[in-house]
Design a protein around this ligand. Structure first.
Ligand code: ADP
Length: 316
């Protein structure tokens, strides 16, 4: 029985590090590397390395990328439940310059073919989990179907509403018990659903009471965890459902880290949060957030996303 089920995307990332980003029509040389990516896969690896028995539900092509996903998942003990797709496995083409700026093209491919019908077939898996975790790099109706199915069975659902440009409906957001936007995603959600225009950079500076009020408007009844990068996280609960905490809202400072690359920090946070909740569902929520902060901080200390996830469990 899986304790964490992650529903989401897998990409093969192709990365070229160049002196400068190529302009239209230019041909330049760069240092190439490739590796696994996709928020779903990254979060599944994080949950597994944080100690949870983890299943990853996704769609893969019948190609080298699909085989890569299965092989890497197996190395980390993640069970893969994949819908076979006629599209190529998801890809990312990433150029990074000397300043760390990047230009990215995503080929969603198979990820965009994950169907609600396939999700419906996974009902026993979803209903048997402690925690179901999803993001927005897959068809939104399939993500909504997964969260709805899990929730109907009393399973705790976490939605990481990423990337920021994915337009999730209120109905989808409200299938999450816990919503985990970063600052940019939080600002985008406020603009879309609360009628509040704000820049992501301004979120961390808001006072707690104001942030809490905005979270309550966005997800009445649920918990919102805003990740604030090197600042840490902000938590907002409904008064009637404090999840073992003493306060309805609070900040948790980030752990100090020798940061070299923050790619995938949010994925680390989400996978670790899910694993910790599955491990000790009765523990006060702030303890889960502290663990997720610790895990995410460690993930920033080496390059890459999935490959940079530490092996660190809640009891260690
Ligand atoms: P995303 O990767 O989605 O943009 P964030 O940047 O908010 O997400 O980071 C997610 C979490 O990772 C933060 O809440 C924090 O716990 C941790 N984190 C990110 N950057 C750092 C850092 N420089 N030092 C320590 N922890 C960090």
């Amino acid at each position: 029985m899986s304790s964490v089920v992650v529903v989401g995307s897998f990409n093969v990332d192709h990365v070229w590090r160049c002196d400068a980003l190529p302009t239209a029509g230019a041909t330049i040389a760069g240092r190439y590397s490739s590796g696994p990516g996709g928020k779903g896969f990254n979060q599944a690896i994080a949950a597994a390395r944080a100690g949870a028995a983890t299943t990853f539900v996704c769609a893969l092509g019948g190609d080298v990328g699909g085989a890569m996903a299965r092989g890497l998942a197996e190395q980390d003990g993640v069970q893969v439940v994949a819908e076979a797709s006629n599209e190529p496995t998801g890809t990312g083409g990433i150029y990074v310059d000397n300043h760390g700026r990047n230009t990215i093209v995503i080929g969603p491919g198979a990820n965009f073919t994950l169907s609600p019908g396939f999700i419906a077939q996974q009902q026993p898996l979803l209903a048997g989990a402690q925690v179901v975790l999803a993001q927005l790099e897959s068809p939104l109706e399939s993500i909504e179907a997964a969260l709805t199915s899990a929730r109907a069975a009393g399973v705790t659902t976490i939605l990481n509403p990423a990337p920021a440009n994915a337009v999730a409906s209120i109905a989808l957001l409200r299938q999450s018990d816990i919503l985990t936007p970063n600052e940019t995603e939080f600002a985008a959600l406020l603009g879309r659903h609360v009628g509040q225009r704000m820049e992501g950079d301004d979120v961390a500076a808001l006072d707690g009471n104001t942030l809490h009020g905005l979270c309550r408007q966005l997800l009445p009844g649920g918990t919102v965890v805003i990740t604030l990068g090197a600042v840490g996280a902000f938590v907002s609960h409904e008064d009637e459902h404090l999840r073992g905490d003493a306060q309805a809202y609070y900040r948790v400072a980030a752990d100090t880290a020798q940061t070299v690359d923050t790619t995938g920090a949010g994925d680390a946070f989400n996978g670790a949060l899910a694993a910790s909740l599955a491990h000790a569902p009765q523990a006060a929520f702030n303890l889960h957030v502290r663990f997720a902060n610790r895990f995410a901080a460690r993930s920033t200390e080496s390059e890459g996303a999935a490959v940079s996830m530490p092996r660190l469990t809640p009891e260690s």
